[in-house]
Write a new protein. Sequence first.
Lengths: 485, 466
Amino acid sequence: MAGSLARASRKFWQTVSSIKTGVILLILVVIVSAAGTIILQRPVTEPDEMQRAYSPQMLQLLDALGLTDIFHAWWFVLLLVAVSFSIVAASIERFPNAWRYVARPYKSTDEIFRKALPNQVRLAVRDEAFAIAAAERAFRRMHLKPERVTSEHRTSLYAEKHRISEFAVYIVHASLLLIFLGGIVDAVWGWRGFISLTRGETSNQVQMRDGSTRVLPIAIRCEAAGQENYTDGSPKKWWSKLVVVDAGRDTLRKEIVVNDPLVYGGIRFYQSSYGMTGKVDKLVLNATSDKAGTQEISLNVDEVAQLDPDTTVKFAEFIPDYVVRDGQIYTRSTQVDNPAAHLIVESRKSGKSVNYWIPAIEGFEQNAASPYKFEPKDLKMAYFTGLQVSHEPGQWAVWAGVILMGLGLAIVFYLVHTRFWATVVHDANGTLQLWVGGAANKNKDVFEHKFRKLVEEIQSELKQQKETCIPEHEHEPSLAGVGNR
Amino acid sequence: MARTRVEQQPAATGTTLVVMVGLSVAFLLFMAFLNVVKSGNLLNESNLLYASLIFYAAAGSLYLGFGVTGVASYVRFASLATWAGLLANTGAVAHRWYEAGHPPFASIYEMLLSFVWTLAVLTLIAEKKYGVKVIGTVTMPVAIVGVVLMQLLRTDVHPLVPALQSTWLHVHVTLAMLAYAACALSFALAMMFLIQDQMKTETFLAATSLFTIAIYAGILTRFEKWGGLNVIGWNPEQKSEMFVAKGMRLFVVIPELGWLMLVVLVAVAAPFALYLAFRLKEDENFLAIANRAVFVSILLQALSLVFFLLRVRDGRYPSLDVDGLFPTSLQASPFILSGLVGGIFASLLYLLLLWRRQDLERMLPSSEDLDRITYKTIAIAFPLLTLMIAAGAYWANRTWGSYWSWDPKETWAAITWLVYAGYLHMRITRGWRGRRAAYFAILGFGVVMFTFFGVTYLLSGLHAYA
């Protein structure tokens, strides 16, 4: 029973760690993500656009299957988790093999290895100590650090470079997991919302995507905001001067622009839009009466101005784009295309109040009854600055992962683990030979040049030592098995 | 066995010359219609671009000419023409950069400009450094399609909207262009590997036929309406697409063009049907007919291209949604146009292979070398892709406060990355070499092209700039 359980768990482990499982999972991710780009996704797509694109039954089906929000569906997250597990399992399965290169480097060669190694050469030598010394110098000249390995009856040389290359794949895999981890942290604890502020306004309420409101532990105040245009009128720059208010004190002040956010306590404020609120910042009027002459007043909505000791005027209502329909005044949009202002002129003594409309809208205005005539001089609209607010605690893991991955990939592709051996052996006839071998874990074609160069260096060193050296042709560096990972 | 069956045509037969001349005429007509030679400063951007087009086209036809005549010195001249084209292209890039005040990466037009430049550079590197002499046979047509597309897309310098004013944008796009050009190169190398790997010529016939079928079937399913071709209306004053309502484009129907395309679809499908018949009946005669059918299909494809150009350029057409007649423009249908041009190039490349396979094989490096160089190009492309995605994510994070939004462009970039990751895993851990690796490289480039063009024109999203 226990045996079968062990067998089953081993089988399970083999399945999970196999490259086949990994590739099948990757194919699934590809198919599902491709579907997510073709099927319209909520909440990016507006509900009415969804309804226009799909029939009600279809939409219901897509919603029920979670296909309208694939990238946030539980099964998609599960898929990514499965990919992570597959990566971890595959790495664990293969890691011991790579670890062996580091923990127990193969330094002194044996007969079988010397026969099988593709890159090798045998040079005839007279004396073991001389040959090893010559090889050592040649190794050094090739910027290798040879290590003398002495076993009971022979001395040999071993040198290696870029051992880390064996680990590069694990670095890449670890970095991918780090990125996933950051993504999961952000998906669970991160959030994103929107604040819109007019000049001078302070707020700690963030509008979330789903319509709810999140209250921040700090408040943000907009001191000024604006837009700069290109000569053709298209926007060049949006900026906002923001102040962070923490526990009632102004703690940080920064002018932000698009691409340059304000960060405070892990919360980031991004300039994302700028526009008209459809609200009035200031309405400048000339008020004229027979008695008091003309005076200039400036009003905001709901503001009251004293015209003379008896008379006040209140800016009751502003309609940016008015239209009269069925005896009612509506606004068509928040664009100031067809503005109307509703003033109420009150006289304290008589207690009389008059509705004054600019322009005069028939059926609503009592302009003739007003003691004052009003003439609009200037209308300043209030602008809002749109701030994207986000909290992404996992992003540091993501960036760390990205950097690690760049490093890992650079090592994977461009650092080659090379190993070289040199030792003195006797051939079948009993003649003394210097056996030189080399191995690389990738880019084997480039390595062959390097190996040949090393052999040439050794040969010239041996010549200088007045050693006769005749390379044996049957053992020329073999070109067979040239391949590349 | 495949070799013996190939019809080896005598060098430069009358028919091939006629095809070449006919195509050049069609091409020049096409360019004349586009008014590319504009008056004014001699060294302005459009003239430089036109010069690079001529040189690239010359390089492309010299590579093709080598294919037809087998004269090896053509390749040397082709390489010279590529240098000249690159020079003019560099001038155009510099001019654009100077005029716009930012590196040319802000719109799909500017990106194409950079892409073609990178492709030409990589072609020359592959030729000089790795000795892949005929790589231009594949990359030059791509460059030509790129330059032609550029002529259609908006060329006036647009100021950058606030979101695009970032150094990270330049980093992101430079990496993207380098990565995509490397992918294009790996695609060309993989194709050459398949030639060198004794892949049967008729397999290429089937692939070419399927590719063109996909193009015409795609165009017809997407745009065909009652025998006409339903294309987007174009407002010449505003230089923009016409809209019925917000987000709803105005489509106009060009009559009869749909039927013509349907005929072409049948013509391009015929070689594939004949290929299937050959496989079933094992009768070589079918293959001979299929090769003639490819020839006929090229003529018909060229015809449909010319008709499409003529009909789109003059005349106003009715719309199904709104009363009245509206003009359209080639600029409104870059997808159809690049499809038509791409189909012709693919079929021509097949003819080149059919007639000059032995010369090609003599000119190309060994299949082992090609396999290795393909891998090496992907080994360059993959880290670049990774960094491109990372730079894009970092930029998005600075701009929108979110490094990953599952926007279609982002998602497809990730898919591209996954496909190449799959290639690398299969190659490294499973030892995939040769054919399977080559197929994977070709698939990878297909995904790259979809990410670059398909997502921009077929799917909508945040990445609206390009």
